[in-house]
Structures are given as structure tokens and as C-alpha cells.
Design a protein around this ligand. Sequence first.
Ligand code: HAM
Length: 413
Amino acid sequence: MIQRPKGTKDLLPQDTYKWQIVESKLKEVLDSYNFKEIRVPVFEHTELFQRGVGETTDVVQKEMYTFNDKGGRSITLRPEGTAGVVRAYLENGMASMPSPIKLWYNMGMYRYENVQKGRLREFHQIGAELIGSSSFLADVDVILMANDFFKKLNIPNIKLTINSIGCPKCRAVYQDKLREFFKDNLENYCDTCKTRYVKNPMRMLDCKEEKCKKMNVGAPKMIDFLCEECQEHFENVKKYINKAGIKYEIDPNIVRGLDYYTKTVFEFIDEKTGLTVLGGGRYDGLVEEFGGQPTPAVGFATGVERLMEMYDEYNSEVEDKVPDLYILSMGENANIEAMDIAYKLRIDGFIVEKDIMDRSFKSQMKYANTTKSKKLIVIGDEELSKKTIKIKDMATGEEKEIGLNIDEIKSNL
Ligand code: HAM
């Protein structure tokens, strides 16, 4: 039997309904901040991610699903949403629309990662991008919205951590300090780190190799080298988050795995597993990198699989919808009547189950019980001639005689 590729998951009916609940709750939050949904292609030109996410990131160096299409173009399955959304923003003239532009998405992402708990090769993100505001107020709004996600889903054990990774101006000074720090030990670092030393030493802080992590202890922190503007921006973000009454920790070690970030970065961590459930930050240079006018932006994405794990833990009582009615019928005339009733009720939004297997009365009854239907009616020759049926409440076992017509059935559901 052919099996699914490593790092992918089948989402089965016993779980999809929970995803739908979570997706609709998060949509309510996104609606309340007036974000609008965007959908972009699953694949893009590879160059988009090389330039957007950054040549020295793990995502670009190790994790992209890249192939040549039949026309010889290098194509990549999106490993994240921001680059595609910013491309779409520029390509569709959103840059000339009134600012800010507020977009959200719910999309599958693809990264060739080492598969382990919480780390998949196909996963889903619900993300939000606020494009066009340089104000710290935008960072705060986006962080509040992310925080609302967890409140809306009744998820408690979540920790907000924030940091500032500065702007290109102050980062240049910091990168030099980092090189100084790494210099003496450089030959002991992994090969990837060695290549990052010259191009982007900050990426060395993001290395997952244990030996590199150990040597990174005590490295200078970006937060200590912020320029005046970045410092003031960060102070304001913190002040306003405080005012909103949201608890957070400053974590100077957050560098994020993607190169486009500037100034504020943040992560929401599952306190039980230590996994990052949501991550984001400001990316003031990306629109320009893709050929647009300098345009500030800030956003985040949550990993839906990781979020679902937490949702399940704290919302175990949530159940799927069950049929309002099961119609059991015997004989051709009764089958036709059952079909007609089911059709009319379904149009009115009721969930209706009926026999479509031409089964015996006994096996229809057996199957009806597995559907967890709330009510049940039986239609046979006798019911057809008397024009009455019994409607049974499946929870209490109570039975009631009613007329065999759609209005009476409806008023008893
Ligand atoms: P990211 O931190 O790479 O950011 O991913 C965001 C979230 O996606 C993570 O916090 C995690 O929950 C989930 N995630 C990432 N990789 C995996 C994986 N292999 N398996 C399961 N879940 C995963 C971004 O992608 C940015 N585009 C977020 C952003 C939007 N920043 C600004 N705007």
C-alpha cells in the first residue's frame, strides 16, 4: 500500500470539525480587526523566497521544495506566506490603495524539515499581514490580535515573548560585534555557520546544531545595540502592551528564522511543550526588496497543527454536529416519501440522514444508532396509509405521534 509522504498528515472527519471551529473563531477575531482574506499560489518563482526569506536562512538553504517545471523555470512550494502575500500586494496594485492594507490567510506551507513533534513537512498557517504603517501602534494591534486568538480559543498556557532586532542601520554595528565574538571559535562551528559568518552572522544564533548553540552562549544581544529610533519604537510597543494588560517577557534571544524582520519580533510559546505556536514581527524592508516603494509592514502566522494540539487539550468537550433527524423507511412508496421529506428539510438547513443502502429495517436501525441523530422517524406502508408517524427523541426514548407532513416534522425538530 502506498503511504503518505513523511511529515504529512491526513486530516480525518473526527478532527476536521475541530479545525473548522478553530478557523471560524479565528476568522471572527480577524474580522473584528477588519483584516480581509487573501489566497496566493501554492508555488512561486524560487527567487521570491531566496530574496524575501533570505539566502542564509535554514528555510532557503535546507528546507525548500524546489523543482524545475516543464518550462525549465525554478519553482518552489511556499515555505511561508509573507513573501507571496507581499508579491501579490505589489502585483495587484494594492500599494496605491489607501493604507494600511490588512490581509489574512489560511494556507498550507511546505518545508523539508527534520520531522519531529510539532514539526511537519506540510503544515498550515493562519497569518496576518498589516502593510503600510510604520507606527508602533501597528505592532501593538497585531500583537493584541494574536493574543486574542488564544483568548478566543480558550487556551491558557501561552507565553508572549518579544524582542527588537533593530533596523539595517543599527544591525550593521551589531553584526560587527557578533563577528568579533565568533571570530576566535569560528573553526569549531558547523559548515553552515561558517558560511553565515561573512554574509549574515546573526543567522549563526539561529543554528540548531548543539555544538554551535553551546558556543553561542554569551553572544552580544541586538537589544543592547538598538539605535535611538529602534529603541524608542520598542519602548512604545512595550508601554502599550503593558497598558493593554498583556503579560510578556523580553527574550533577547529571539532572532526568528527569516531574514526580512526589522525592529519588533515576537513569539507565542506553548508553555508545556516549549513549541512556538505563533511567530511574527515587523518587516520594513520587504516591499522595497520586491521592487516596491519603501513600505513598512508587520505581521504574524500561527501554525495550525500546533494550535490544534493546544485547542484539543483545553476544549475536549467540543463535539461535531449530529443529524437532526434520521428517516427510516421500508418499501418503495415510503422510500419516495423519505426522499421528499429529507430533501425539503435539508434545503431548510436541517441535517438529515436516511437509508441509501436499501437495507433491512433492523440494519437501518443499527446504523441509525451510530449516527447519533437527535430524532428518528419510521415510514412504512401503515404510516403512509394513516398519514401519521411516530417521532422518537433518541436521547430520552420518548415517542410522539404526529402528522406525516413536512410542517409537523419541522416543528418537532
Ligand atoms: P515562522 O516562525 O517560520 O514564521 O512560522 C510561523 C509558525 O508556523 C511557527 O510559529 C509554527 O507554529 C508554525 N510552523 C513553522 N514551521 C513548522 C513546521 N515545520 N511544522 C509545523 N508548524 C510549523 C513565518 O512563517 C512568518 N511568515 C510569519 C510572519 C508573517 N511574519 C510576519 N508575517
